[in-house]
Design a protein around this ligand. Structure first.
Ligand SMILES: [Zn+2]
Length: 325
């Protein structure tokens, strides 16, 4: 009897440990790690912090249609150009009774023989509500997006990556809707994932969650969960269901999309207290590593096209968590 119990408990233990063993196997896989390191070792969180500081402290509230928006847009375009991007577009669009702007930098595949034909989008929003410096909402996401654009500028890729800072998010996703609605059907068909970074640096918010509009896992959450298992010190981010950010218009066009955000939200959300002193360097860095590794996994040249990839993201267990805002 005792022996049987022992055998049984060993079996139970084996089954309990299996997922961890799988994770460890992938974490130890030297080629996976080398590819991740190509990106994450270059991420300098001081750069992200400097962007958050400049946007929230030097510029301050960045309401659509204001001088502050123009200053922001100019800063973003200057940053992209300083990383070597030659295709940087300032895209005007109508927003209520005025004009607002998206800023788009495109990284093309390194050569024509190495083009999967696929597109990835990494987004954040550069505007704020009136009166809020928006250090976390969403200078944090904008700063991470800029740093990922910098580290990927010269990385070998076979996939087009578009880095987009959306305007007028706070009045109803106006910039992202304009952008998504102006994509041709061919562009939509070729877009395999949209990563939206919105509120990813508050020390007073909860853990990282990936929200999809329909509450289902998709390519983006799979890539990021797998990347989280490889490169994050924290739990693999769970997924849940929520709209409310710039991933929505892409979902509506049939593109796999997810919002990356820490929840529950901090008490400073949409207030004048959303300031730089409440920003966590560790959180900024963790999100940059996860999303950077996920995007590069899909964009690097040994993954010719995601669906027939020989090195598909290692499936990992990640769970649905009820939205807690
Ligand atoms: Zn936001």
């Amino acid at each position: 009897m005792k022996r049987q119990i022992t055998v049984l408990s060993v079996i139970i233990m084996l089954f309990t440990l299996l997922p961890f063993a799988a994770l460890e196997a992938e974490a130890r896989n030297p080629s996976a790690q080398a590819f991740d390191n190509r990106i994450i070792k270059q991420i300098d969180v001081d750069n992200i912090y400097d962007h958050v500081y400049h946007l929230s402290e030097n510029i301050g509230p960045r309401v659509y249609g204001t001088e502050a928006e123009l200053e922001t847009v100019e800063y973003l375009a200057d940053q992209f150009e300083s990383y070597g991007y030659t295709d940087v577009e300032i895209q005007p669009f109508p927003a209520r009774n005025t004009t607002a702007y998206n800023v788009v930098a495109t990284k093309y595949p390194n050569n024509r023989n190495m083009d999967s034909g696929q597109i990835l989008i990494v987004g954040a929003h550069h505007d704020t509500v009136p009166g809020s410096p928006g250090a976390n909402d969403d200078a944090s996401g904008t700063g991470v997006m800029l740093e990922l654009a910098r580290v990927m500028a010269n990385a070998p890729t076979d996939t087009e990556i578009r880095f987009v800072a959306f305007g007028a998010e706070e009045i109803g996703l106006v910039g992202s809707r304009y952008y998504a609605n102006n994509m041709t059907q061919d562009e939509v068909d070729r877009t395999v994932g949209m990563f939206q970074l919105d509120m990813v640096g508050s020390r007073d918010a909860g853990d990282l969650i990936m929200f999809t509009v329909d509450g289902q896992q998709n390519t983006v959450t799979d890539l990021a969960a797998s990347a989280g298992a490889r490169v994050s010190q924290n739990e693999i981010p769970p997924f849940s269901m929520l709209g409310r950010s710039d991933h929505v218009p892409f979902y509506e066009r049939g593109i796999p999309a997810a919002l990356f955000i820490h929840t529950p939200l901090e008490p400073w959300y949409h207030t004048p207290e959303d300031t730089i002193d409440k920003i966590s360097i560790e959180k900024l860095e963790d999100v940059a590593r996860i999303v950077g590794a996920a995007v590069y996994h899909a964009a690097r040249p040994d993954t010719p096209a995601l669906e027939r990839s020989q090195v598909a993201p290692q499936p990992v267990d990640y769970y649905y968590e009820d939205p807690n805002l």
